[in-house]
Ligand binder design. Structure first.
Ligand code: GDP
Length: 213
């Protein structure tokens, strides 16, 4: 059953020339713990969100062609800041804190949740979100909630199904279809091991950004 219907992206309609990793100049523009620390800036923002350990840092590093831009964590649940990465001084990748890690205290969980919610529901420069889901797991309530917030604002979502080198191809096809049906958005299988999904995701992101210039 489809639960969301936001402004989904049809990659076939992408006419803009897609960014390639090697054309990306990327640097950390800021690390913020509260939203009022984020400076006013009119450049478009693409948020990246997912539960802790889903592979978000690995995906970000792969997209920008750097090994250590985002920190691949040995300790899940540690990152609690919102990190802004400037891409070609033109737009931002916004790395949101991972959620759903059981060992984090309730108080901390609530404060990160509030930070993510306020950012996703209020940021004026946000033009879309890449929601990362592990291809071997069902979406959590938090994953669904994030998608709902974006859908309520009619902002597009792209689902990246991570770690898809870990399941066989037929299962992956089933998972892609099921996720497309459930979210009614573009679903891109992704793996840092095989490299699958990188160009598709960069293509969809380029489209989103260009649409907002
Ligand atoms: P984050 O907490 O969401 O930022 O996740 P990380 O990027 O730190 O990755 C968590 C773990 O998953 C690390 O051990 C990564 O090496 C591993 N990982 C991430 N992406 C992939 C992938 O595409 N394939 C495989 N096999 N492992 C991955």
């Amino acid at each position: 059953m489809k639960v969301f219907s936001s402004d989904s992206i049809d990659s076939k309609t992408i006419r803009t020339k897609s960014l390639k990793s090697k054309q990306i100049d990327c640097h950390l523009a800021g690390t913020y713990f509260t939203l009022d620390q984020i400076p006013g800036d009119h450049r478009p923002q693409i948020a990246f969100a997912g539960r802790s350990n889903v592979g978000k840092s690995s995906l970000l590093n792969k997209l920008v062609g750097q090994r250590k831009m985002a920190k691949v964590s040995g300790t899940p649940g540690k990152t609690r800041s919102i990190n802004f990465f400037s891409i070609n001084n033109r737009f931002y990748f916004v790395d949101l804190p991972g959620y759903g890690y059981a060992k984090v205290s309730r108080k901390e969980r609530e404060s990160w949740g509030k930070l993510i919610e306020t950012y996703l529901t209020e940021s004026e420069q946000l033009v879309g979100m890449v929601l990362l889901l592990d291809c071997r797991r069902e979406p959590s309530e938090q994953d669904l909630m994030l998608a709902e917030w974006l859908a309520a604002r009619k902002l597009p979502i792209i689902v990246a199904l991570t770690k898809c080198d870990k399941i066989i191809r037929s299962k992956l096809s089933e998972k892609v279809l099921a996720t497309e049906m459930q979210f009614d958005v573009e679903v891109i299988p992704f793996s840092i091991v095989s490299g699958i999904g990188k160009n598709e995701l960069l293509g969809s992101i380029t489209y989103l950004v260009e649409k907002n210039f």
